[in-house]
Write a protein that binds this ligand. Structure first.
Ligand code: MG
Length: 316
C-alpha cells in the first residue's frame, strides 16, 4: 500500500476527472472527483492536489507524469520526489519501460484445485498501448469476471498472443516428475517462444514475465530445454502494473481459465468453483464418491491437499 500526491493545474485536474469518469465513486469533501481504478483510489481535490492511494498508486500516478502527459499540459507541476519509492529504476526495469513494445506473460490457475493451469503471452507494441488502455486493460484482480470476459474477447482479436491451457489430466501426468515452479517456467518459456515466432520478423524491445520465482531458479528450470527464451528477458513481481502487456496476458489467461471451468461444469454435471477453499472440498468429495480418483483427476490438480480432504469428507 502506498500513497502518491501530485500537484496539478485546474486544467489538468479537469482532464483527470474526465479520464476517471467511468470509475467514480462518491466524492469526498472538497474534491472534484473520487475514483477507484486498478486497486487504487484517486482523489482530485479542488486545491489541485491529487491523492493516489493503494497497491498501484505509483504506477497509476506515473501515467500523469509521462513526457506526453507533461507535453499535453506544460503547466502541470508535478512532485517527482514522492514517486521515487516505486520508480521504474527501483523496480529493476529500465526507465520508460511501460511505454516500450513488450511481450508480457502471466499464468492463472496455479492456486486453484479445479481447472487448468493457463499461461498466456501478449505482444503489446508501443503503438497499441493507447488501445489497450482504452479497452480497460488493467490488473485482472481488480476486474470482475464479466469485465474480464468482455475485455478478453476484444484483446483476442486485437493483440498477438499465445496461450497454453494445461488441462488437469495432462497436469497430473506431468506433476509427479516436476515441481509446479518448473512446470510454470517451462510453460512461460513455451508461450514466449510461440509468440516470438508468431510476430517475427518483428521483435519486442523487451520481454516481461510476471515473476513467480527467482530468475536464477527460472533459468535453472528451463536449462534442459532446446529453445530457451532469454534475450531482453525481465522479471518483475506485480508485472501487470509495470506493463500493459502483462496485464493483458493475465486477462486472457483468466478468460481461458474461467471458460474451461464453465465447460467442466457442463461436462461433469457439478458446479466447478475456483480456488482451494472449503467449498471446493465439498464438490470434490461428491465427485470422489461418484468416480474416485480417476474422475477427480480429470478436473483437479491431484497433488493439492484438497484431494486428501475430499477423500476424508467422502467417507463421512
Ligand atoms: Mg502472475
Amino acid at each position: 500500500m502506498s500513497n502518491v500526491v501530485l500537484k496539478v493545474t485546474t486544467g489538468q485536474l479537469k482532464k483527470m476527472a474526465v479520464f476517471y469518469q467511468d470509475y467514480v465513486v462518491k466524492p469526498v469533501p472538497y474534491s472534484l472527483f473520487t475514483a477507484k481504478k486498478n486497486l487504487t483510489t484517486i482523489t482530485g481535490y479542488n486545491s489541485g492536489k491529487v491523492l493516489f492511494q493503494g497497491q498501484n498508486a505509483a504506477s497509476e500516478a506515473a501515467q500523469w507524469q509521462s513526457p506526453s502527459a507533461q507535453a499535453a499540459d506544460q503547466k502541470a507541476s508535478v512532485k517527482k520526489s514522492s514517486l521515487k519509492k516505486e520508480s521504474p529504476s527501483k523496480s529493476g526495469l529500465p526507465a520508460g519501460f511501460s511505454g516500450w513494445s513488450v511481450i508480457g506473460s502471466d499464468e492463472v490457475g496455479n492456486g486453484s484445485y479445479f481447472g487448468p493451469l493457463t499461461v498466456c503471452a501478449v505482444y503489446a507494441s508501443a503503438e497499441q498501448l493507447p488501445l489497450l488502455q482504452k479497452l480497460g486493460v488493467q490488473d485482472s484482480k481488480a476486474l470482475t469476471d464479466a469485465r474480464i470476459i468482455t475485455i478478453a474477447k476484444q484483446l483476442l482479436r486485437q493483440v498477438p498472443h499465445s496461450v497454453i491451457n494445461l488441462m488437469p489430466e495432462k497436469y497430473n501426468e506431468i506433476q509427479p516428475t516436476m515441481s509446479q515452479g518448473k512446470m510454470k517456467a517451462l510453460l512461460h518459456n513455451q508461450v514466449l517462444d510461440q509468440l516470438l515466432r508468431k510476430i517475427a520478423p518483428e521483435k519486442p524491445k523487451a520481454i516481461l514475465v510476471d515473476q513467480f520465482e527467482l530468475p536464477s531458479t527460472y533459468f535453472k528450470h528451463i536449462s534442459d530445454q532446446k529453445v530457451q527464451v532469454k534475450e531482453n528477458l525481465h522479471f518483475q513481481t506485480k508485472g501487470e502494473s509495470h506493463h500493459l502487456a502483462v496485464a493483458a496476458a493475465s486477462i486472457i489467461a483468466r478468460y481461458y481459465f474461467l471458460k474451461t471451468l464453465d465447460e467442466m461444469a457442463v461436462v461433469s454435471g457439478y458446479p466447478i468453483p475456483s480456488g482451494a477453499g472449503a467449498n471446493v472440498d465439498l464438490v470434490a468429495a461428491e465427485m470422489y464418491r461418484q468416480g474416485g480418483l480417476e474422475l477427480l483427476g480429470k478436473y483437479t490438480k491431484l497433488h493439492f491437499a484438497n484431494t486428501q480432504k475430499a477423500i476424508r469428507l467422502a467417507k463421512i
